[in-house]
Ligand binder design. Structure first.
Ligand code: NDP
Length: 492
């Protein structure tokens, strides 16, 4: 008698997360935004507007005004008036109240701000909600606390504000870069003209609304939206006393040239190509998490991303195997899903740049690995990617990719690790994983980087200064150092 073997009626269970989508209903996005000048939203004299889109769906979110030179002139004039008549002469304790109030209101509206940050920029909601917004509020609180204590922050000098600050920020951390710049500038007694990035203007405009609701005197904070030309008009305006810029090294160099010989004070926070160094004695599982966070946080759109992994040769293969397994568990897709680890690339232009550099990696002979994940049909997405067999001369080892792409190299000795880590025009950040404290200090002494993280990565704190060496720029943001960039002083 033949025996029949039963086939299972149901396919094997596939364990997956249930969708957990954040609602966009809380976000009150207007159809059209004017420029925020002298305490109110005004139509641009340029009469021009541009759309801002959701990079995860390619659908328009709002129309935003494009500030021309005349508009920038109005914003600077408003900032100058407010500086001379109200904000400059105001007692530090009074200024602090406004900055505290803005901090509180950002905290109160943090859910809405996180949703808009994700819709406009493409970053996962869990990052906007749990990283960006707490840090944004934290910076305003921190600097509010200094506003009436400036002479204690820097013993031996009598500090005074600079005047009008022109600030240009990028699209990777729209609100956080605003906070890094606006909070210390206001606390130190300066007034501000801020130019957010073209692809992510919405949350800066919401902060302008918050500032108005907080009763901040008109002209103290002005927000002029637009593209690079608007940024150039802010930076180049004669009546600006201080320029703070975060963005690409190419534009940073342009600005440095433009301002050379002028009276303006300048801080530049530019690109990076950070080395993330893993020694054989590192806690490997923790290091894997550090590496994942170091490069895939915010889709790798991070100036201090750990984009060059240096692994000690005798653990290289084991580490790379573990890393590939971990890469395969990353959830790529809808940024509004609370389970998403890697969201949308910020713009089509950035996606094209990443694709071109990744193609160059393959063409130059590096070996590419991407997990087997399905990308959404619409929007700008890129699979988490790693390259092995990378030579130091490859473009993917030299140039800032600013995307979810990791280049892996190996080393044998600590000296070689330092040599390779420093073999870059950049010098913003670095990471070291080892169980030896003495080795951490030895490495930190030799790595040419503004920030060196040890057995962790991408940790930020309002009290801690951040900034670069070499082509990563100059000046520090955060901490007391961040205040000093907005002040002049007399020796006592
Ligand atoms: P940019 O340097 O062009 O943009 C940064 C900011 O500067 C934006 O607000 C931009 O406006 C503005 N801007 C552009 N041109 C000028 C100018 N001549 N004068 C004054 N302001 C100007 O960076 P991209 O957006 O083009 O990104 C290109 C690359 O730069 C990325 O791939 C990445 O490698 C790097 N980058 C590094 C960042 C960092 O944090 N260090 C941040 C962003 C980018 P608009 O947005 O309208 O162009």
């Amino acid at each position: 008698m033949a025996i029949e073997i039963a086939t299972p009626a149901t396919p094997p269970l596939k364990w997956d997360y249930a969708g957990s989508k954040e609602s966009a209903d809380i976000a009150n996005i207007e159809e059209r935004y004017g420029l925020f000048i002298d305490g109110e939203f005004v139509s641009p004299k340029s009469k021009k507007y541009f759309p801002t889109i959701n990079p995860a769906t390619e659908e328009p979110l709002a129309e935003v005004a494009e500030a021309g030179e005349a508009d920038v002139g109005d914003a600077v004039a408003a900032a100058r008036r407010a500086y001379a008549e109200v904000w400059g002469p105001m007692d530090g304790a009074e200024r602090a109240k406004y900055v505290f109030r803005i901090a509180r209101m950002i905290q109160e509206r943090s859910r809405e701000l996180a949703v808009v940050e994700t819709l406009d920029g493409g970053k996962p909601i869990k990052e906007s909600r749990d990283v960006d917004l707490p840090l944004v509020a934290g910076h305003f609180f921190y600097y509010a606390g200094w506003a009436d204590k400036l002479e204690y922050a820097f013993p031996g000098i009598r500090p005074r504000p600079l005047g009008v600050a022109g600030q240009v920020i990028p699209w990777n951390f729209p609100l956080l870069m605003l906070a890094w710049k606006v909070a210390p500038a206001l606390a130190a007694g300066n007034t501000v003209v801020l130019k957010p990035a073209e692809t992510t203007p919405l949350t800066a405009l919401m902060v302008a609304q918050i500032a108005a609701e907080a009763g901040l005197p008109p002209g103290v904070l002005n927000v002029v939206t637009g593209a690079g030309a608007t940024g150039a008009a802010v930076v180049g305006h004669d009546d600006v006393d201080k320029v703070a810029f975060t963005g690409s090294t190419a534009v940073g160099k342009l600005i440095a040239t433009q301002l050379a010989g002028s009276h303006k004070k300048l801080t530049l926070e530019l690109g990076g190509k950070a080395a993330h160094v893993i020694f054989e004695d590192a806690p490997l599982d923790q290091a894997i998490e550090g590496v994942i966070n170091g490069i895939f946080f915010n889709q790798g759109h991070v100036c201090c991303a750990g984009s060059r992994l240096l692994v000690q040769e005798n653990i290289h293969d084991r580490f790379v195997d573990k890393l590939k397994r971990r890469l395969s568990t990353l959830r790529v897709g809808d940024p509004m899903d609370k389970n998403t680890d890697v969201g949308a690339i910020n713009s089509r232009a950035q996606l094209e740049k990443i694709t071109e550099l990744v193609d160059s990696g393959r063409d130059e002979g590096a070996e590419m690995f991407q997990p087997d994940c399905v990308l959404p049909d619409r929007g700008f997405f890129f699979k988490p990617t790693l390259f092995t067999n990378v030579a130091q001369s490859h473009r993917i080892a030299q140039e800032e990719i600013f995307g979810p792409v990791l280049s892996i190299l190996s080393f044998r000795t600590p000296e070689e690790a330092v040599e390779k880590a420093n073999n870059t025009p950049y010098g913003l950040s670095a990471g070291v994983w080892t169980s030896k404290g003495s080795r951490i200090l030895w490495m930190a002494d030799r790595l040419q980087a503004g920030v060196v993280w040890a057995n962790t990565y991408n940790k930020f704190d309002p009290a801690s200064p951040f900034g670069g060496y070499k082509e990563s720029g100059f000046g520090r943001e955060g901490g007391r150092h961040g205040l000093l960039a907005y002040m002049d002083w007399d020796e006592e």
